[in-house]
Design a protein around this ligand. Structure first.
Ligand code: GLU
Length: 379
């Protein structure tokens, strides 16, 4: 666990997210020189005994350049086609750069939907473990050609954060075109200061990035903070550093004062809780009364059918649903019964379940172990 900068020297497994703006050029396509110098640093870390996963953007940008579609807005299908064209170019650039160090790369293309299925999540994790064991560097990108917005990560910052959880990394580093997070917009304020460490990333920090519109004057800081929150909640430290200057990653991992470091705060969740809150889609809603809400919030109880007042949506056993108290959503959890069964037993005592359904699998409709409070609203 990382508690301070000095602990970064002990990082064993690190996810490094590299953005399109660093890698791709509107005129010439891939900036092989940039890829080479980044890979030189990554290879140095690997030789020093660290395991590295690269999460890279750039496929759409490289495809655009190849097709001459640089300055126009693309439809979803055009973007997907551009990604299909750019992805092999991107991989070729990494393969060439790592080959200079006698190292091989492997391509892993993921969608958010893949990580929603427990089995595919585990397969992804097992594949990366196997790649580490044979000393090959996993290079991850979103599988853009098959995704539509509902199953998209949205951006590669959040892909990087989720990958850091899947591969059980100690740290996720986001390389960008600014030296870290600033206390105010560095473009507008000469005295803006880089924030060294954020021990607990909270709503205020996120709002700071939103307030200034484009993240203190630079693109994408809001999505980086959202990704840092996902990672740190899941137990993985995060860092934002510049990818423009050479050596920043090596300095960060030597414990030196580089970029902004985000530590895991008090809201740290278990992997399972994190999977429920951050990865799973809600298939429906279970509305509950004040008594049940109090039992969940104050006593850490499971949700019983007697406290359920309404059920919305169509869902199966094991699906994820939102739990809605009279004053709003308070939790997410995995159901023990289908929506149809839930409608029949709602408002009844658990002892009546067998008489109503003809079977009794569980006394609770959502067991405490499968339930995560997402907002501690007062009643
Ligand atoms: N997956 C996209 C690409 O490789 C980039 C998405 C992003 O950077 O947020 O072009």
């Amino acid at each position: 666990m990382i508690h301070c900068r000095a602990d970064l020297a002990n990082v064993r497994r690190v996810v490094v997210k590299i953005g399109s703006s660093l890698l791709a050029d509107a005129e010439s396509g891939i900036r092989q020189g940039v890829v080479d110098h980044l890979v030189d640093e990554l290879a140095g870390l690997i030789v020093a005994g660290k395991q590295v996963v690269v999460v890279t953007s750039g496929s759409v940008a490289l495809g655009r350049v190849r097709l001459g579609w640089v300055d126009r807005k693309l439809s979803v299908h055009e973007k997907q086609a551009a990604a299909a064209i750019g992805q092999p170019k991107l991989m070729y650039a990494y393969a060439r750069a790592f080959a200079r160090h006698d190292m091989s790369v492997a391509q892993m293309l993921l969608t958010k939907d893949d990580l929603r299925h427990r089995r595919r999540y585990l397969n992804t994790s097992n594949t990366s473990e196997t790649l580490f064991s044979v000393g090959v560097v996993p290079i991850v990108n979103e599988n853009d050609t098959v995704v539509v917005s509902e199953i998209k990560f949205g951006d590669n910052d959040s892909l990087g954060a989720l990958v850091s959880l899947v591969v059980d990394a100690d740290l996720v580093v986001m390389l960008t075109d600014v030296p870290g997070l600033y206390d105010r917009n560095p473009g507008a304020h000469k005295d803006a200061k880089r924030i060294d460490i954020i021990p607990h990333l909270n709503d205020e920090h996120i709002a700071m990035a939103d307030d200034t519109g484009s993240s203190f004057g630079t693109g994408g800081m809001a999505s980086k903070l959202a990704a840092a929150r996902v990672a740190t909640r899941g137990g993985v430290a995060a860092a934002i550093i510049s990818g423009k200057e050479k050596g920043t990653l090596t300095r960060l991992l030597a414990g030196e004062d580089e970029g902004t470091l985000f530590l895991c705060g008090v809201d740290r969740q278990s992997k399972r809780q994190h999977w429920i809150t951050e990865v799973l889609h809600s298939a429906g809603e279970i509305h509950i009364d004040t008594g049940a809400a109090r039992a969940l919030l104050e006593q850490g109880s499971s949700l019983l059918p007697v406290g359920v007042t309404a059920v919305e949506g169509v869902f199966d056993k094991g699906d994820c649903v939102e739990i809605v108290a009279p004053n709003g959503v308070i939790a997410k959890g995995l159901c023990n019964y289908t929506a149809e069964e839930m409608r029949l037993i709602m408002g009844h005592a658990s002892s009546d379940i067998e008489a109503i359904l003809g079977f009794h699998d569980f006394s609770s409709v959502i067991h405490r172990d499968n339930l995560v409070l997402i907002q501690k609203k007062t009643l």
